[in-house]
Design a protein around this ligand. Structure first.
Ligand SMILES: [Zn+2]
Ligand SMILES: [Zn+2]
Length: 460
């Protein structure tokens, strides 16, 4: 496909956000009639309507690159959504407000009700987006979120905009499952980069991910969020493929053995007989000559020494993949990933709702390790499987990182966490009420957190 300059949309928009350019057009927006009261005019929308038109059309072009034929008919594509003139007006409105300087009196005067109205004009009710059992509670929660971002109104606007897009997308692009819960626009759904997962850190390629469109990044400039968002389609957590296209093809759609472990934190998992046997197995594999192992040797060892009864439930590689990847580090990383997946399996269903069972190896990709003490988080599990990333954290050269040291680091990181499904993880991370609920459950179940290390422990 011809290279398309999506990143140039952001770049050009950003490039034009200079005071010189901006001052040319400070009468373009209706709320900004009185702009001459100060010697330096307040910054307005960084784009003139003409420039905005051009950038907006580029966004639509980028969105149209997503192959719609593959999408479920319940799902509305971003391109379709953006072509609605009301959405275009909404984007312009958001961009205008976001561009006001932090001390601009107009920005300070913007009330939540103004923003609700702005979205309302585009046919979107943002009130339910922060959850609540009834309208009153929804408004309370939305107000609290608005207040939290009082000093960074663009964060609030971006969140509402991303939720709006998800809400309008309506359903999973893969299986067609319709959104049930409007918390965060679509609880348990993700904006998936359509051409991501290519084991590449390249940024700016067609459809490639530069950063995730999620709450971690809502503080970024609105134009950047937009250029990222148009590369995505909405997927439910069960369909959202976290393993990339290659692995997705080889992972089975069912589970072959029966693994009925109760929901429990990793500290309990690791100290259980199955957890200890698993540790010994992984350690012995890593300490051997991993490069020369045959597929049969690795898989027989796993089946002999661990709780797995079928190898297809255990490894993210098959014979072909194992044999095609022969470098020492890549093979060690495959074993590390096996280990981390196996610990997930031992952690049972989602700890918060107890309902979500990660039935298949593939579905376990929808299970997140929730760090209770975020301050003590060093790496997430996928990073723990990377020799280079762990070495960097431990401040040693990758070649000097011992395999046991590496394994112990990854295991200790797990000890700080509970396994949650995607929906519950979002609730606990971004919703104070759920965070309290989770903390209460954890404590009443007899666990606590060591504030110095972040480790979960069983209360004596
Ligand atoms: Zn789905
Ligand atoms: Zn759950």
């Amino acid at each position: 496909m011809a290279p398309h300059s999506k990143s140039s949309t952001a770049a050009s928009a950003k490039g034009k956000a200079t005071p010189a350019k901006a001052s040319k057009n400070n009468n373009k927006k209706k709320k900004t009639k009185k702009t001459t009261q100060e010697s330096t005019p307040p910054k307005d929308n960084p784009l003139t309507p003409e420039e905005f038109d051009k950038s907006y059309n580029e966004l639509i072009e980028a969105a149209e690159l997503i192959p719609q034929g593959d999408q479920h008919t319940n799902h509305v594509s971003i391109a379709t959504i953006l072509k609605d003139r009301k959405m275009k007006a909404l984007c312009y409105g958001i961009l205008s407000i976001s561009s006001l300087g932090p001390n601009d009196y107009r920005r300070k005067n913007i009330k939540l009700s103004d923003i609700v109205k702005l979205f309302d004009k585009a046919g979107v009710d943002i009130v339910p987006f922060r959850g609540g059992k009834d309208k009153k509670e929804c408004i309370k929660n939305l107000k609290a979120y608005f207040k939290k971002h009082e000093n960074n109104i663009s964060h609030f606007l971006t969140a509402m905009f991303v939720y709006t897009i998800r809400f309008k997308q309506g359903a999973c692009a893969v299986c067609g499952k319709v959104i049930e819960d409007l918390l965060f626009g679509a609880l348990g759904y993700e904006s998936n980069h359509w051409e991501d997962d290519k084991d590449s850190n390249d940024c700016g390629g067609e459809g490639r991910k530069c950063f995730g469109v999620n709450a971690h990044n809502f503080g970024k400039a609105f134009v950047h969020i937009m250029t990222e968002l148009v590369k995505t389609q909405l997927e439910c957590w069960e369909c959202h493929n976290r393993y990339g296209p290659t692995l997705c093809k080889i992972l089975p759609d069912r589970c072959f053995g029966v693994y009925d472990f109760p929901p429990r934190p990793y500290c309990v998992v690791q100290d259980s007989p199955e957890g200890m046997a698993l540790y010994d197995c992984t350690k012995s594999l890593l300490l051997g000559e991993v490069e020369s192992y045959s597929y049969e040797y690795v898989t027989n060892t796993i089946l002999r020494d661990t709780f797995f009864t079928d190898i297809r439930d255990a490894t993210l590689f098959n014979k072909e993949r194992w044999e095609s990847i022969t470098s020492l580090v890549a093979r060690q990383e495959m074993i590390m990933r096996f280990h981390l997946q196996a610990e997930k399996r031992l952690a049972g269903p989602c700890y918060l709702c107890k309902k979500t069972k990660f039935a298949t190896l593939k579905s376990m990709g929808g299970g997140d390790n929730h760090h209770v003490d975020e301050d003590n988080k060093k790496l997430n599990p996928s990073e723990c499987a990377s020799r280079a990333k762990v070495a960097k954290k431990l401040d040693v050269k990758p070649a000097d990182l011992g395999v046991v040291e590496w394994l112990d680091f990854a295991r200790f990181e797990n000890r700080k966490t509970f396994l949650l499904d995607k929906c519950c993880h979002m609730k606990v991370t971004y919703d104070d009420k759920w965070r309290k609920e989770f903390a209460g459950m954890m404590r009443s179940d007899g666990y606590d957190v060591d504030n110095n290390t972040g480790e979960i422990f069983v209360k004596p």
